[in-house]
Design a protein around this ligand. Structure first.
Ligand SMILES: [Fe+2]
Ligand SMILES: [Fe+2]
Length: 446
């Protein structure tokens, strides 16, 4: 964890500024005590709404563990922030006003909700009306270190970069990939199910997952990396077709993003939509979820970047996609029946899949067959768990596969997307590119 240093702050960030704002900033900083005693080891960031203007701070702890648990936050006064804000403000007077505003800590009290099977609480604070593309610092009360985060930009004029993966667990391999993920300095992380493998029963595992994430998912410049989850079978006691109460830790942490169902969309301004699905764990694949998915994709059919995230793959790389017995479905059968036609119809370019614990990239597919206008499926969740992948020779829909722990680094650059599979040493295993949807065409290339 990189703690905010007052000396660094003053030395590096205020260089070149006018004397009056500097003196003002120093004066206001003196008013803050510097006692980094309160440092919850499960602290992490996530989102409930638009990541360009909001951020949600969460941790699991106990009532009364610190005398004041309000979140104090403000834009960090880095040269970059001030220059950006001032140039958007336009005038010297506006810059002076901005500097005044930068010094004002705002405070917001967290909501405390029960953490199941324990006396712990989930403390949640959603910060809203934030400035886009801005680094903020925050403290918990007056007795924590200062932490940092950066809001997503208002527009995707620069590269948008994020990590995805799934099937983490809490072992050494999962930690190694956490460290590798943070090294890429992503703007956020998508974890597509099977987070810690608490199975809806283990408090210890759920907390260990958060502790690992909290400890390692910090960029080299000190920004905490927000987590966007989707539900997997190992969040649920029983795995499939269960009520939300059987996924107690997942929903205690993430019912802000998933208040009623196991699926939702997170829209980043007007440039990115993540459609997060529930592959039958606490919401049925068909029926309401499919109706919702059609409406959701239809409303975004002209959207530049709509990416779907689901746990169980439509196109598995380890399990069998067909069943040998009539009473049991093949893996991904319902995805292919209900969702894949919608992905194809509404020209979704990329679906992130997990659950099979391999690396895979399919060919661009329409109706399970290779098609230049098809949908790319990337997976299959080997952040910290591994199985032997089937080869493209055995599965005609695969372009490539591998039996390596991995995560994916996605870069959105204008009208193109690049998807890199990295192993846990950071080695590039695979690169693919998806181009913007144009006139019903999804172009996919290596
Ligand atoms: Fe898994
Ligand atoms: Fe799974």
């Amino acid at each position: 964890m990189s703690f905010f240093s007052r000396r660094l702050f003053l030395g590096a960030s205020l260089a070149g500024m006018a004397a009056t704002p500097l003196a003002l900033a120093q004066e206001k900083l003196r008013a803050l005590p510097e006692d980094p005693a309160f440092h919850p080891d499960t602290l992490f960031l996530t989102w409930l709404r638009d990541p360009t203007t909001t951020m949600t701070v969460q941790w699991v702890g106990t009532q009364g563990e610190t005398s004041d648990n309000r979140i104090f936050y403000r834009p960090a006064m880095s040269v970059f922030n001030v220059a950006g804000i001032a140039s958007s403000a336009g005038t010297a007077a506006a810059m002076s006003n901005t500097l005044g505003a930068l010094n004002d800590w705002q405070a917001q009290k967290p909501v405390a909700k029960p953490y199941p099977m324990t006396d712990f609480k989930v403390f949640r604070t959603e910060l809203t009306r934030l400035l886009p593309g801005t680094t903020y610092e925050f403290r918990i009360g007056r007795h924590s270190p200062a932490y940092r985060f950066r809001t997503m930009p208002a527009k995707s004029t620069d590269v948008i970069s994020f990590i995805s993966g799934g099937d983490c667990g809490v072992n050494a391999q999962a930690i190694a990939n956490n460290i590798q993920a943070a090294r890429q300095c992503p703007q956020f992380t998508v974890i597509g199910g099977d987070l810690g493998y608490d199975n809806g029963k283990s408090v210890e595992v759920s907390m260990a997952f958060l502790r690992n994430y909290s400890r390692h998912m910090v960029t080299h410049d000190g920004n905490l990396i927000p987590m966007i989850p989707c539900i997997g079978n190992h969040e649920v006691d029983g795995g499939y077709n269960k009520p939300r109460s059987k996924a107690p830790f997942f929903y205690a942490l993430f019912d802000g993003l998933f208040p009623e169902t196991g699926y939702n969309t997170l829209d980043f301004g007007d440039y990115l939509s993540l459609v997060l699905l529930d592959t039958g764990h606490t919401s049925k694949i068909g029926e309401e979820q499919t109706d919702w998915l059609e409406k959701t994709l239809k409303a975004r059919k002209d959207h530049p970047n709509v990416m779907v995230v689901n746990h169980v793959p439509a196109y598995p790389s380890f399990r069998s996609s067909t069943s040998s017995t009539p009473d049991k479905k093949g893996t991904g059968e319902d995805n292919r029946k209900y969702w894949v036609p919608l992905f194809e119809k509404y020209r979704v370019p990329v679906v992130l899949e997990h659950h099979d614990h391999t690396f895979k990239r399919t060919k661009p597919l329409i109706d399970s067959r290779a098609d230049d206008n098809g949908v790319l499926y990337l997976g299959d969740g080997s952040w910290g768990r591994l199985r032997a992948a089937k080869s493209p020779e055995k599965l005609s829909y695969l372009a490539t596969s591998g039996t390596e722990y991995h995560l994916s680094l996605h870069r959105i650059q204008g009208e193109e997307r690049f998807h890199m599979a990295l192993d846990s040493s950071g080695k590039v295993m695979d690169v693919s590119r998806t181009a913007q949807r144009k006139a019903g065409i999804v172009r996919v290339g290596e």
